[in-house]
Design a protein around this ligand. Structure first.
Ligand code: GTP
Ligand code: MN
Ligand code: MN
Length: 410
């Protein structure tokens, strides 16, 4: 039940980063609809469509932080960031329970096909549209095509399509984190590995596991990820990995170009596909096998350093087929390493959501003349960098009320 304070808090804000946006909110029926419009604009892909997609996203964020359910058009009158198009959709849903426009989009062959294709790891809307225009409609079409040249990412995206479309649950994420901690102990002491992304914001499942890694002594984080990746590869636990070096220079903190390329950061990272042995989930989570409330994991060959290298069938074959009786599943894992001096900023960036980041960066720029990224904060007016050792400190520098991780789900 919304209190007067909650309502006042909502009304006082201009940016999503100033409001609490919980995971479970009161207007799902409307935000689901707006998310279809956002996707549709995003898939279409022009510059104008990009702005339209953002506008739908902002409208949806506004509804998510509203402390009550919209029940009439009177409620919508004082809502933030809701344009005419969104109002029309909301009105129709209030009247009929659904929106014709949304239903039409969802049932269109174009939308369904693009949605299918962008679900392939390594395939964005532009590629999806190209394939659609070439006449392809199904994954089978893509597999059989002799004209398409698939990238390595896309091949794996198709090969592991079902696995990567199956949400990662929290227990799997925790097992992977705990396992990685064990692995890192062999390389470096005191390394910290934190699950960020959707899970830290309270989601029960997600499309990947985001791991932020650091060492308490600034500089000692260097080289560790490379060794970790090498070891994991040796144990056949990575189905795909690409190691990106750290490309950060302090000067880039104040360059507008850096600000514009917005969401991407310059940390050393590996966006990988992890081969999760199902037996690892019990072995590496605290409740372990004792928890009978959760689904029993089948199979159970232990995953350890003695996995034979011919188990790693996928590397040497061109086939898209996976063995029927496999004891593992593919999971997308993002490994990110940051130096201790940038930890607060890196954490803020990797907690997300993407929309929250967009909003807080825009706020810093517009309201304070400051440039915020996952690496730091630069005060353009006083021409100085502002260090921070925690997220709390960053919020203070930005004169923002603290927002809990679970309340950044815009
Ligand atoms: P699910 O994975 O679907 O649960 O949602 P998520 O919020 O975890 O999304 P995702 O894994 O895509 O991103 C996690 C956070 O990392 C988001 O807030 C991104 O904005 C943030 N992020 C920061 N820097 C980067 C970057 O360089 N690349 C990517 N991909 N994400 C980044
Ligand atoms: Mn994630
Ligand atoms: Mn991610």
């Amino acid at each position: 039940i919304a209190t007067i304070e909650d309502e006042a808090e909502y009304q006082d804000t201009k940016y999503a980063c100033q409001r609490r946006t919980p995971l479970k909110h009161h207007n799902k029926i409307f935000t689901d609809a707006l998310e279809v419009l956002e996707k549709n604009a995003d898939y279409t892909g022009g510059d104008q469509d990009y702005s339209r997609a953002l506008a739908f996203r902002r409208a949806s964020a506004s509804l998510k932080s509203l402390p009550h359910t919209v029940t009439s058009m009177r409620d919508v009158a004082n809502l933030k960031d809701i344009g005419k198009h969104c109002k029309d959709v909301i009105r129709e849903i209030l009247e009929k329970g659904y929106s014709t426009e949304i239903e039409d989009i969802k049932s269109s062959e174009w939308f369904k096909t693009i949605q299918l294709f962008v679900g392939i790891y390594g395939c964005g809307p532009a590629t999806a549209r190209k394939w659609y225009n070439m006449g392809y409609r199904t994954l089978e079409d893509i597999k059989k095509s002799t004209t398409i040249h698939l990238t390595a990412d896309q091949r794996n995206g198709i090969r592991f399509y079902d696995d990567l479309q199956t949400p990662v649950i929290r227990r799997e994420a925790e097992a992977i984190r705990n396992f990685i901690i064990e692995e890192i102990k062999e390389i470096s002491n005191d390394f910290t590995v934190v699950i960020t992304g959707g899970f830290i914001r309270g989601k029960d499942s997600g499309h990947d596991v985001d791991l932020l890694m650091s060492h308490p002594d600034n500089g000692k984080e260097k080289g560790v990820l490379q060794k970790l990746i090498t070891n994991l590869k040796q144990k056949n636990l990575l189905l795909e990995c690409s190691l990106q070096a750290n490309t950060f220079h302090k000067e880039s903190l104040k360059s507008p170009k850096h600000y514009k390329s917005s969401m991407l950061d310059h940390f050393e990272k590996s966006l990988s596909i992890f081969r999760l042995e199902k037996s690892m989930v019990d072995k590496y989570t605290s409740c372990g096998g004792a928890s009978k409330t959760t689904e029993k994991v089948q199979g159970g060959k232990s995953c350890s350093s003695n996995t034979k290298s011919d188990d790693y069938i996928l590397k040497h074959t061109d086939s898209f087929d996976l063995p029927k009786d496999r004891t593992w599943r593919a999971v997308r894992v993002d490994f990110v390493v940051c130096p201790q001096s940038q930890y607060g900023y890196a954490l803020l960036g990797w907690v997300g959501s993407k929309m929250f980041n967009r909003s807080i960066r825009l706020y810093a720029d517009r309201e304070l003349g400051m440039m915020l990224s996952s690496h730091g904060l630069y005060d353009r007016i006083n021409q100085q960098y502002i260090p921070a050792s925690s997220e709390q400190e960053i919020f203070e520098h930005l004169k923002l009320t603290w927002i809990e991780h679970e309340d950044r789900n815009c």
